[in-house]
Each structure stands twice: as structure tokens, then as C-alpha cells.
Write a protein that binds this ligand. Structure first.
Ligand SMILES: *Cc1c(COP(=O)(O)O)cnc(C)c1O
Length: 430
């Protein structure tokens, strides 16, 4: 069977479209090579760390009950710390999601009277109720506990507003917060260099300010992590990049030893901290997922590059552009109409190994001011290191594509999504 016929015969993709994919891939070669180089370095680091801490079969054993002295858990945390160039790390399946991991840092470190200052504008949606920007009083937000909050918007070009930071830092500013990823906004992520500069700038003003980074979606996209670029503490989700697609659930916190300890006291309770937490047989998946992560992230990044290159060629606006530097795994694309967003997501769903038979529909999701459509066919619920696409149904009709455990799947997903646009009469291919 000819290569282009595979897509046609099995998935109904026009032969002309499949043929075009080959020339798109040629165009992506350079970007792919850059991604491979980053993956090679990160992969070597992960393996070296696992060797250094003598990871062995016994670390995959199961602990139950209190989970005291779970050697595998301790070694996993040392491996994370080593790879992330951090003094310490907390890596637990009991941390339910990225939001939870971030909240452990915030609640663990901040005290009544302290101020939290975000210098990357509005934080990720789910942090709003934690901080107390949104949501009802009395649910135990930081605001309820007397922790105040301020934010400085990013400048129009997506860079940090240094002048405003200088003015905003006061005696009670305890922590400066940065979000690395674009999240679901049409902006560039902060690169590690950007984070390093901002951290340096803040420390020049007051060296005792704690720099915290929301590292969700950023892990292994570059050669370094925020904790080797001036961040004191960072957190992320194990069903995103560092779980490598194998972690069934979990989150991590990494950074300065004293701060990680405070987060651990919040994760369980003061006194017990990190000493408890049965791993219930999850160690193997967390080790293996971390081992897979540099490669998996590279697969997903290459998929995004391919998607951007193809969609740009078809006249759509993308963020980032296919050959732009990347510091997260999200690919945004402006599809121009609600029908196009829906068709695009339908195509992604059709290419999924799981739930390919369902048709995604826009729905009113809590916390959003318009209907949202989501395409995902994941082995792990909500996992966004697996290929997924979502979009709020509102102008300018931007869809966000992320993840992909294997590049071939992302490529198929993009082809099916473009085919859906053609089938719906929304796109003509020359
Ligand atoms: C995913 C994400 C989070 C946390 O989300 P969860 O769904 O709770 O894991 C926080 N910040 C950013 C930028 C994210 O992408």
C-alpha cells in the first residue's frame, strides 16, 4: 500500500491531502531536529539520574497503609529533584492534579498578611478560586486566610512588565508568581531565559522574595527547567508532560528544600509531611513515565509543529508559528468560525484510539462564559499529554491542540481534522 493510501483507505483522508503532508514534513525538518536535540539531552539526564540513585526493581514494590519508608517513592523524588536541578521534590499520585500541586505551594508557603504577586497576568482559571479572585468567600481561599493578591499584566508583546514590578513590590510581598505556559491564551509562553531574567530582576529588588513558577505543560520542552533558572519552587501535573503518558494520576512540587517541606506539610499535615503516603503500586508507572517523558514531549512537540506548518499553509493563523521557539506543548490556531472549530475537533476525535466513535459537541462548562468543545480520546481521563483539542466557542474561534504520545497519531489527527474542514465545505484544497 502506498503511504498516502493508508490515510485514504483507512481514514478517508483525500490522497491529495495526505500527499501534501509529506511536503509539510520536509518543511518541518529543521524544527524537528531542534526538538530531537532537546529530547536527547533530557533523556540522557533522566537516565543518568536513575543510574545515580540506583533505581532497581525493588523500587517498584507496593506500599500500603501509612506508606512509611517507601524506598521507591523516596528515590523517585530524588530523581525528579536531580533532573530538575532542584534541592528537593515531592512526587505523589495522591496529589490529584496540577491545580492541587500548585495549591500546595501557595498554601504551604504563604501566611496571613503576606502578598502574592503574579507578574504574568491572570493565573490559570482553576487558581482563581484558590487565590480568591473568584468564588464565594468562606471556602478557604488564600484571601479568606488574609493573604492578599495583586497581578501585573504582561505587555502587549507578551513580555514581563519590569517597570510595573518595581512599583508593585512592597514589604509584605512574599511571593512572585509566574505562569510559564500560554495556558489558554493567545500569547507566547515564557521561555526559561525569560523566567531567569524575571527572577534575577525580582531578586535584585529583594533577595528574600520567593519565585514560584506554574510549570504545567512546560517540562522537557527546553533544556532546562525553571528551578535551574532562579525559581525557588515550581509545580506541575503528572497527567501532563512529566508523567510521560503512563502516570495514572498525580502531581509534583520541586524546588528549595525548606519550601518543598512546607508544601509537604500542606499535602498531609504538619509533622507527618512527606513521611506518609502509600504508593499502592504506582511507583513503576511514575518511574517509567518519567523515563518516557522527554521522548513523549518531543513527539507531542513535533505533532504541534506539523499542525502549525500545515494549517499555516492553508491560511490559518497559528500561535506559535511552526518554526518558533517553544516552551510549552500547546498549539493554538484561529479557525475563523464556530463551524470550523467544531469540525476540527470532530476530526481530532475521529483519529483517537479511544472513544473515536463519539462526536464532541459544545457544552456549557462550569467556569466558562461561553460553550466549550473538547475532543479527547485518552487512556487516562483528562490527560493532556495525550492528543486533545479544545476550544471556547467565541470569536476569534481559537482551537487549542496539545499532546500526543506518538507523532504518527498527531499527524493522523491533524489530517482528519483538516479533512473534516473540507467535508464541511469550510476549506478547499488546491
Ligand atoms: C493544566 C494547567 C494547570 C493545572 O490544571 P489541572 O487540570 O489541575 O492539572 C495549571 N496551570 C496551567 C498553565 C495548566 O496548563
Amino acid at each position: 500500500m502506498k503511504k498516502t493510501d493508508i490515510f485514504h483507505d483507512m481514514f478517508g483522508v483525500d490522497t491529495a491531502l495526505a500527499a501534501k503532508a509529506a511536503s509539510i514534513e520536509d518543511k518541518c525538518r529543521r524544527a524537528f531536529e531542534r526538538i530531537d536535540a532537546v529530547a536527547a539531552l533530557n533523556q540522557a539526564r533522566v537516565i543518568r539520574a536513575m543510574q545515580r540513585f540506583r533505581v532497581s526493581d525493588s523500587h517498584f514494590n507496593i506500599s500500603t497503609g501509612y506508606g512509611y519508608d517507601d524506598r521507591g517513592r523516596e528515590v523517585l523524588e530524588q530523581v525528579y529533584a536531580e533532573v530538575f536541578h532542584a534541592e528537593d521534590a515531592l512526587v505523589r499520585h495522591q496529589i490529584t492534579c496540577g491545580t492541587h500541586a500548585l495549591a500546595l505551594c501557595l498554601y504551604g508557603v504563604l501566611r496571613p498578611g503576606d502578598e502574592l504577586l503574579s507578574i504574568t497576568g491572570k493565573p490559570y482559571d482553576t487558581l482563581e478560586e484558590i487565590i480568591g479572585i473568584r468564588g464565594k468567600p468562606g471556602c478557604g481561599s488564600l484571601k479568606d486566610y488574609g493573604v492578599s493578591y495583586r497581578q501585573i499584566e504582561l505587555l502587549d508583546d507578551g513580555s514581563v512588565n519590569y517597570d510595573a514590578i518595581k512599583d508593585a513590590i512592597h514589604a509584605n510581598t512574599k511571593m512572585v508568581f509566574l505562569q510559564r505556559s500560554r495556558g489558554y491564551a493567545w500569547r507566547d509562553p515564557l521561555t526559561i531565559r525569560d523566567i531567569e531574567q524575571a527572577a534575577y530582576f525580582v531578586k535584585q529588588i529583594r533577595s528574600d522574595i520567593i519565585i514560584m513558577v506554574d510549570n504545567c505543560y512546560g517540562e522537557f520542552t527546553e533544556e532546562r527547567e525553571p528551578t535551574s533558572a532562579g525559581a525557588d519552587i515550581m509545580a506541575g501535573s503528572l497527567i501532563k508532560n512529566p508523567g510521560g503518558g503512563l502516570a495514572l494520576s498525580g502531581g509534583y512540587v520541586a524546588g528549595r528544600k525548606d519550601l518543598v517541606e512546607q508544601a509537604a506539610y500542606r499535602m498531609t499535615v504538619p509533622g507527618l509531611g512527606r513521611e506518609v503516603g502509600a504508593t499502592l503500586g504506582q511507583n513503576r508507572a511514575l518511574f517509567q513515565g518519567f523515563f518516557m517523558a522527554p521522548h513523549t514531549v518531543a513527539q507531542s512537540l513535533k505533532g504541534s509543529v506539523f499542525a502549525a506548518a500545515f494549517l499555516e499553509e492553508l491560511g490559518y493563523e497559528t500561535c506559535p508559528a511552526y518554526d518558533q521557539e517553544r516552551s510549552d506543548i500547546i498549539q493554538a490556531v484561529r479557525l475563523k468560525s464556530p463551524e470550523a472549530v467544531i469540525a476540527f475537533c470532530r476530526g481530532i476525535q475521529k483519529a483517537s484510539p479511544v472513544d473515536s466513535f463519539v462526536t464532541p459537541e459544545p457544552w456549557d462548562m462550569p467556569g466558562y462564559d461561553c460553550p466549550v468543545i473538547m475532543a479527547a480520546g485518552a487512556f487516562v481521563q483528562g490527560s493532556s499529554i495525550e492528543l486533545s483539542a479544545d476550544a471556547p466557542i467565541r470569536p476569534p474561534y481559537t482551537a487549542y491542540l496539545q499532546g500526543g504520545l506518538v507523532y504518527e497519531h498527531v499527524k493522523l489527527g491533524v489530517l482528519c481534522a483538516i479533512q473534516e474542514l473540507i467535508n464541511a465545505g469550510l476549506l478547499e484544497i488546491a
